[in-house]
Design a protein around this ligand. Sequence first.
Ligand code: G3P
Length: 215
Amino acid sequence: MKFFLDTAHLDHIREAVRWGIVDGATTNPTLVSKTGREPRDLYAEICGIVPGPVSLECLATEADAIVAEAKQLATIADNVVVKVPLIREGLIAVKQLAALGIKTNVTAVCSPLQALLAAKCGATYVSPFVGRWDWMGQVGMDMVRQIKTIYNNYGFSTEIIVASVRLPLHVLESALAGADIATIPMDVMEQLYNHPMTDVILTQFNNDWAKVPGK
Ligand code: G3P
C-alpha cells in the first residue's frame, strides 16, 4: 500500500520524505490556508520535494472553468494530480481531463456510488473521506470496502486513496481492505512507528547490555 502525506507543511513533507515511506502527497484549501503561503510557489516547492504524485485542488465549480484551472495546475510540475470535487460539473471535467492525459483525484467522496461515477468518468484516483463518515456515526471503512468490491467487479483502474484519516486504525483497516493508498496527516504518520511494548523491550535490552563486561 502506498502512503501519501496529507499536508502542505513543507517541513513535515521534508521530514517524512527523509523517513523513506512517502510515495506522494495530497493538499487541500484548508491545509494550504494554514501555511500562509501563496499557493503557486508553495505547490512548486512541494512538487519538488515529494517523490511521487502531488494532489492540488481546483476551486472552480463549472466544468469548463475546472478544466482551465486544472490545465494551469498541471503546468506546475510533472507530478501534479488535479483534485476535482465530486460534483456533476466536476465529473464532466474529469472525463475531459482524462482525454487530455491530466491525472485527477476526485475528492470529497462520501458514498460508494459517487466513487462508481468517478471511475466511470476516468478518474485516476478517488478519495473517500472515511474520518468524516465516522463523525456522522457511520463506519467510514465500510465505504472503502464497498468501493473496492465495485472496482474489482468491473475492473476499474481508478486507485482508492483513503482520505480524511484520523488515526492509525484507519491505516490498518485501509491495508486490510486492499486500498491502494492512504493519505495520512503527519501526526498519524508519526504514531504508526509507536508501540509502548517496543519501548519496554529496548529499555530492557539497553539496561542488560550495560551489565555486559568487556563490550
Ligand atoms: O485528502 C483528504 C483530506 O485532505 C481532507 O480530509 O477530513 O482531514 O479535511 P479532512
